[in-house]
Ligand binder design. Structure first.
Ligand SMILES: Nc1ncnc2c1ncn2[C@@H]1O[C@H](COP(=O)(O)OP(=O)(O)OP(=O)(O)O)[C@@H](O)[C@H]1O
Ligand SMILES: [Mg+2]
Length: 491
C-alpha cells in the first residue's frame, strides 16, 4: 500500500478545488477533486481515498448528505468540512455526526495545512494500527496452525514422544507413549515425570540433560524395561532460541521384537556351534592319528594335505570356541577363577608368543612396564584379552611398523595400552568395532582372516572384571587400545 495520502477535495467552486489541489500537491499529497457530492461518492467507490475535504453547500447532494453516506460506507476515512462563516453551526453539527474537523473559508493557508496534516497523520496512525492488528492475528493464526500440525504429527508417530520442561514436568506426550508405558488413564499435561514413568535410570538421564551447559547437546540412548517390553529411549535437550536447555525430548521405541529375534539368533548360533564342535574334535583326533603314522606310513604330500586340513579344523574350532565364549559371557555363565594375577608376566608371555609373527610382517614390538601390581582376575581370560589386542595390532599393521605395549600401575588401577602404527579406524566405525561380528572394511587388511569376535570378547571380559576399555585411533596413523582394571590394593 502506498504511503502517499490521497485527498479528495469536494467543492462546487472551481477556484477552491484548484487552490486546494495546488497547495496540497506542493506538500506531496495526492489530490483528487469532485465538483459535487455524487461525483465524490463515485470516486470513493472506485478508488482508495484517505481523507476528504468536503464543502457543505453544493448542488445535487449537500455536504451533510455526502458525510452521512461516507460515514455509512467508509467510516474510517476522516472528513474535514469546508464551511463559510454562515454555516459554522452546520459544520459543528457535522462534527457531532462524525466529521473530523472543519475549516472556514476563506482559508488561512497555515491553518488549512495544519488541519489537513493532523487528519492525515491520524489516518496514517489508524492504518498502521490496523496493519499491526492484522499481522498479529495472522501470527496467532500461524502459531495455532503450527501447533496443531505439530500435535497431529506427534500423534501420528509410531514411536512414543515425551517432552518435559525444566521442572521435569511432562508438557507434551502422544498416545503411543501411554501405550508403551502401560498407562491406561488419560493424563492432562503438565504432569510430574513421576506420574508417567518410574524408571530411575531414565529420570536420571533427563536430569543430567537439564544440567548440560548451553551449546552442548548430547543425545543419550538407553534401554528401559516396562513389564515384558524392552524399550529404547533416546533423549535429547530441547534448546531455546539462545541455546539454553529449556527441557528434554525423549523418543521411545519398542524393541521387544528385535530383542526376541536377537535371542533366537543367538540361541541358534549357540546350538549350531555346540553341535559342530564334537564332530570336529573327532575329525581332528582321527586326522592326528593318521598324521602320526599310526595307521600306516604317509608320503610327504599326504602329510601336507592332512596337516593343512587340520589347520583349517583348528581355525574352525577357534571360531566355535569364540562363539560359545561370547554366548556364555552374555548369559553370565562365563567360568572365571579370579586369583591375584601378574599382568606383566602375562604380557611378556603373550608378546613372546606373537613375536615371530610380528617379525614376519616387519613389526617391532616394544614393551614398557612400571609400578605393576597384581589384579584380581582370571589369568586365562586375561591372556585372551591381551592376545586379541596384540593380534589385532599386528594384523592391522600390514606395512610393518611398531607395536608398543605399555603397562603401569596408576593408583587404584592398572592401565594397559597397546599402540600400533597400523591402518587406524575411522571415527564413525569406533563405536561398532566392539560389536559381535563387526569388521571394518579396509582395502589393505582385506586379507586378514577374522570373525569380528575378538574385541567383543575383550570388552565383555574387561567389563566382567569391573574394568573399562577405550580406543583412540587416527586413520592412516594407528590406534591405541587402553584397558583399565582395578588393582588389588594392599592394607
Ligand atoms: N589395532 C587395530 N587397528 C585397526 N583396526 C582394528 C584394530 N583392532 C581392531 N580393528 C578393527 O576392528 C574390527 C574388529 O576387531 P575384532 O578383533 O573384534 O575382530 P577381527 O580381528 O576382525 O576378528 P577376530 O574375531 O578373529 O579377532 C577388525 O575387523 C578391524 O577392522
Ligand atoms: Mg581380532
Amino acid at each position: 500500500m502506498s504511503d502517499v495520502i490521497r485527498i479528495l477535495v469536494v467543492d462546487d467552486e472551481r477556484p477552491i478545488r484548484e487552490g486546494c489541489q495546488r497547495v496540497l500537491t506542493a506538500k506531496d499529497y495526492d489530490v483528487r477533486t469532485a465538483e459535487n457530492g455524487q461525483e465524490a461518492l463515485d470516486i470513493l467507490e472506485r478508488e482508495r481515498v484517505d481523507l476528504i475535504l468536503l464543502d457543505l453547500k453544493m448542488p445535487v447532494l449537500s455536504g451533510e448528505e455526502v458525510l452521512q453516506a461516507v460515514q455509512e460506507r467508509h467510516p474510517d476515512v476522516p472528513v474535514i468540512i469546508i464551511t463559510g462563516h454562515g454555516t459554522v453551526d452546520t459544520a459543528v453539527e457535522c462534527m457531532k455526526n462524525g466529521a473530523y474537523d472543519f475549516i472556514t473559508k476563506p482559508f488561512q493557508i497555515d491553518q488549512f495545512l495544519a488541519t489537513v496534516n493532523r487528519a492525515s497523520e491520524k489516518r496514517k496512525l489508524e492504518q498502521q494500527a490496523r496493519r499491526y492488528q492484522e499481522e498479529n492475528v495472522r501470527n496467532l493464526y500461524d502459531l495455532h496452525l503450527e501447533k496443531s500440525r505439530l500435535r497431529t504429527m506427534i500423534n501420528c508417530l509410531a514411536n512414543g514422544v515425551m517432552v518435559t520442561n525444566r521442572s521435569m514436568e511432562v508438557v507434551l506426550h502422544n498416545p503411543v507413549l501411554m501405550q508403551l508405558l502401560d498407562i491406561k488413564e488419560e493424563i492432562d499435561a503438565p504432569v510430574p515425570i513421576s506420574g508417567i514413568t518410574s524408571d530411575q535410570a531414565l529420570i536420571k538421564t533427563l536430569e543430567s540433560i537439564l544440567e548440560q551447559h548451553e551449546g552442548k547437546s548430547e543425545w543419550v540412548s538407553q534401554e528401559i524395561q516396562v513389564g515384558a517390553k524392552a524399550l529404547r529411549a533416546i533423549s535429547a535437550p530441547a534448546l531455546g532460541p539462545d541455546g539454553d536447555v529449556m527441557g528434554t525430548v525423549t523418543v521411545l521405541e519398542d524393541i521387544t521384537p528385535f530383542k526376541q529375534l536377537d535371542q533366537m539368533k543367538t540361541d541358534f548360533v549357540n546350538m549350531v556351534a555346540h553341535e559342530l564342535r564334537s564332530p570336529l574334535v573327532s575329525i581332528r583326533q582321527l586326522q592326528s592319528v593318521i598324521l602320526e603314522g599310526l595307521t600306516g606310513p604317509l608320503n610327504e604330500k599326504q602329510k601336507d594335505y592332512i596337516s593343512r586340513g587340520m589347520n583349517k579344523i583348528d581355525a574352525l574350532l577357534g571360531l566355535i570356541n569364540d562363539l560359545l565364549d561370547i554366548a556364555k559371557i552374555e548369559a553370565g555363565k562365563y567360568e572365571q577363577h579370579r586369583i591375584p594375577t601378574d599382568l606383566g608376566k602375562l604380557m611378556k608371555e603373550t608378546v613372546s608368543l606373537l613375536e615371530p609373527r610380528a617379525k614376519q610382517q616387519g613389526i617391532t614390538i616394544t614393551c614398557d612396564y612400571h609400578d605393576l601390581k597384581p589384579v584380581q582376575a582370571d589369568p586365562k581370560n586375561m591372556e585372551e584379552v591381551l592376545n586379541n589386542l596384540l593380534s589385532n595390532a599386528i594384523n592391522y599393521s600390514p606395512n610393518g611398523g611398531t607395536v608398543a605395549v605399555r603397562a603401569r600401575g596408576l593408583g587404584e588401577f592398572m592401565e594397559i595400552e597397546v599402540t600400533d602404527t597400523g591402518v587406524g579406524i575411522p571415527e564413525e566405525e569406533l563405536p561398532k568395532i566392539f560389536d559381535k561380528f563387526y569388521r571394518v572394511k579396509h582395502p589393505e587388511t582385506r586379507k586378514v582372516i577374522g570373525t569380528g569376535l575378538g574385541l567383543a570378547i575383550v570388552k565383555s571380559v574387561v567389563e566382567a572384571h569391573n574394568g573399562t576399555i577405550e580406543v583412540e585411533s587416527t586413520p592412516g596413523k594407528g590406534s591405541t587400545f587402553r584397558i583399565r582394571l582395578p588393582m588389588i590394593v594392599e592394607g
